[in-house]
Ligand binder design. Structure first.
Ligand code: NI
Length: 227
């Protein structure tokens, strides 16, 4: 399941975070790539340990934790610290699938990458090219969102970033291990959650149909969640 999450960051917060990261020192993006990806990738990144990346990353994770839509869709177990990339003229990233396992730098523990997320930090009219293309079972999706918006998609999807032909595209990207490993199970729980919220809005939270459906949701979550 792919999901757009609008307005994760208000515009003023985007501007503040851009000021923080734009002033930092960027390095060749291949420092975080596996061998195969390194052949396909041309961009720059902030080093993971740079104070700017840490500060801006913490702000983004706080914003996501406060987003009911993100929480319902991702059911996060662990959110890896956000990384930041910058695609300048002619930069891009050819077709690849993200590494399945990454080390959590905070704990040294391996994290399974169930979901990938990109938070756009540049307005789309500031650059040409730089579309994120994601292939899933329904076909090829072209993603180019407003600054502050995010796209959440299965990390197992084949994806690429088309070459930049004007301007530069700066984004944050990172991975999430979900409580629910299977994309289909996670999508079903998300649909149920949305239906419960709608029904609760119409009938009130104490209505027996809302209580029953909420109970079913939690029993599925209890059956499937890996904690
Ligand atoms: Ni990728």
């Amino acid at each position: 399941m792919m999901l757009q999450i609008p307005g994760v960051l208000p515009k003023a917060e985007v501007a503040r975070l851009r000021a923080v990261i734009d002033a930092a020192e960027w390095v060749d993006g291949n420092v975080t790539s596996g061998h195969q990806a390194a052949l396909a990738k041309a961009n720059r990144q902030l080093p993971q340990t740079s104070p700017a990346a840490v500060e801006a990353g913490q702000a983004i994770v706080r914003a996501l934790n406060a987003s009911p839509l993100f929480m319902a869709a991702a059911l996060p177990r662990t959110i890896l610290p956000p990384l930041f990339n910058s695609y300048g003229l002619n930069d891009g990233f050819a077709d690849h699938i993200d590494n399945a396992v990454r080390m959590n730098p905070a704990t040294g523990q391996p994290i399974r990458t169930d979901l990938s997320i990109t938070v756009f930090l540049t307005e789309p009219d500031a650059y040409d090219g730089g579309e994120l293309l994601v292939e899933d079972t329904y076909g090829l999706h072209e993603v180019k969102l407003a600054a502050g918006d995010a796209i959440l998609y299965p990390a197992s999807s084949l994806h690429r970033v088309t070459p930049i032909t004007r301007g530069a595209r700066i984004s944050s990207f990172f991975w999430i291990q979900s409580l629910i490993r299977d994309d289909g199970q996670r999508a079903l729980l998300f649909d149920m959650d949305l239906a419960i919220q709608r029904l609760s809005g119409q009938l009130g939270g104490a209505d027996p149909s809302v209580v029953g459906l909420t109970g079913a949701y939690h029993n599925l979550l209890r059956m499937w969640a890996e904690v």
